[in-house]
Design a protein around this ligand. Structure first.
Ligand SMILES: [Fe+2]
Ligand SMILES: [Fe+2]
Length: 190
């Protein structure tokens, strides 16, 4: 499936707002990929598909998880907000015929982060947060920083997301903590 066909299909299965978010995330990911020496084609594909399962309701997601036998860990099982990332990776493989493991991994961990993130993983993680339609906290600072210091951009994004989850009193996936520890242990700081 070429990128044009993927775009058309996504437009059908995602609402207008999510489709726009996917396109904008891809635009940001391509920009960052050129700055950080990653294949722009891979970045575009991973970014455009990163939320491809997000058009489903929770009920439908639960069905898809059954059908595709998506393995969820204990925290993921309890937190529906975490379902769309692993499900999007499975859909990218079976529905959109993507078999590049680098791309699938970047989709899989785009909402939590993980230990030992690749440059592509980091680009997708950050692009999702700072694409041009986003108006989150500190988004402009991170947008300015990301082309120059991707690691710090990831750390700042993780910090903001974890702070938000703490305030919401929802579960925090251990992968987010591990990802943050990993960056700090590497000496990433402001
Ligand atoms: Fe997402
Ligand atoms: Fe997203």
């Amino acid at each position: 499936m070429n990128i044009e066909d993927i775009r058309k299909e996504l437009q059908q299965i995602l609402g207008a707002k999510r489709f726009q978010h996917s396109l904008s995330t891809a635009e940001m990911a391509v920009l960052l990929s050129k700055r950080h020496g990653v294949s722009p084609e891979k970045a575009e594909l991973a970014a455009i598909l990163h939320d491809c399962a997000k058009g489903y309701s929770i009920h439908e997601m639960r069905e898809q998880i059954e059908i595709y036998q998506v393995e969820l860990d204990e925290v993921e099982r309890k937190e529906p907000g975490l379902w769309h990332a692993p499900l999007s990776a499975i859909m990218a493989r079976v529905r959109f015929n993507v078999h590049d493991e680098d791309i699938l991994q970047a989709i899989q961990i785009h909402s939590t982060g993980d230990q030992g993130m690749s440059v592509l993983d980091k680009i997708i993680y950050v692009s999702d947060y700072i694409e041009y339609h986003r108006k989150h906290l500190k988004v402009e600072d991170i947008r300015e920083l990301a082309p120059y210091n991707l690691n710090l951009a990831v750390l700042m994004t993780i910090n903001i997301k974890i702070t938000y989850l703490l305030e919401q009193e929802v579960l925090i996936h251990p992968r987010s903590i591990v990802a943050r520890n990993d960056l700090l242990a590497q000496g990433v700081k402001k």
